[in-house]
Design a protein around this ligand. Sequence first.
Ligand code: GUN
Ligand code: ZN
Length: 429
Amino acid sequence: MTQKTLLKGRVLAFDGSPFDVDPTEAAKTHETVLVQDGRIAALGPFAELSQTHPDARVTDYGNHLVMAGFVDPHVHYPQTAMIASWGKRLIDWLNSYTFPEEMKFGDPAYAAEIANRYLDLTASHGTTTMCSFCTIHPESVDAFFTAAQARGQRVVAGKTCMDRNAPDGLRDTAQTAYDQSQALLEKWHGVDRLSYAITPRFSPTSTPEQLEAMGALWAEYPHCLMQTHLCEQTDEIEWVRSLFPNARDYLDTYEQFGLLGKNGLYGHVIHLEERERDRLRDVDAALIHCPTSNTFIGSGLFDMEGLMRQGHRVGLATDTGGGSSFSMLRTMAAAYEIGQLRGTPLHPAQLLWLGTVGSARSLRMEDSIGNIAPGMEADLVVLNLASTPDIAQREATANDLWEAVFPTIMMGDDRAVAEVWIGGNRANT
Ligand code: GUN
Ligand code: ZN
């Protein structure tokens, strides 16, 4: 039976990119959105839609903002339990905290517990889709897809491949990485709302043989996404240079092995050389900005303005648990602050766009998720723009929508998330 719901509130939909047009003109608000059979069916005035659909149930969110659920295109769900681990640079942080935790994911029960905990936490923060690294264990991938499938979520994930510079028990080989990734891809890719991403962790933890095997797998399944890390810290780049003395630069360690392409997602990309920027732009790869991680691990300041001007495809991500929050609102605040430190503040419309449309574009899913338009999947977040006394007193004197939204971006958290819809159903948050 057809299920119809009318959601009334301040329904925000982008009809252009706030990086291409005046940010205040890029989005429109509508009074009502009609959700039917898991998809957006229409936008418009309540009087009109309630008359044409008298059988629809009505939920009135008053002054709340109804927008597309947040899309987080670079996370490590297995790092949920060790988020906010103190101190150190990237490589020390990986060895001290990350690898010992990831070691536990050979246990399917532990993997299932953390996958569900992660999806509970992110739903409470309004995130409806994410692209996650798992661990080297196929069990960690099965656990994540199983948990997401039960919730009807659109997610992307892949087995993280590493065959060197990682501890015993956390290494595969070129051949097992290829075989296990292929088996998982065949098992999960395209099932319900699930997609597989080929996932070499980063050049320092893969031998050239493993990178070559991953490149060969991607060539067989070019429609799949491929995710990795690139140019996050200067000392990491020095290490890559010593491990791959013949490579032109860090990107070349991927490019040589067929791991540069349009369905590639490259996390962090802070310290890029000109050739790397140009090549990433040539192939229209996705660059993922992880601002809370880049400040937390002390990696550097992403060049949003310059990369956007060059026409790059950019998404915004938490990088849980290198990032210090599960919240895309906290992540937008950090992106704003990094913009300020570079002298290029981002408009609130640009921040919301990056965390929805921009991130969906990075996953090549902008026709399905990340915005509200007829035919798109009904993944929504409802934000209370006066969720705490400090935010409420600022919002009370706002002169327009963007002044009303910005305090929630800068000071909001899960208390601002009034409701979440996943695939046309209310999610438990
Ligand atoms: N580079 C390689 N692995 C990781 C990781 O788990 N987190 C971050 N932030 N960077 C990485
Ligand atoms: Zn990462």
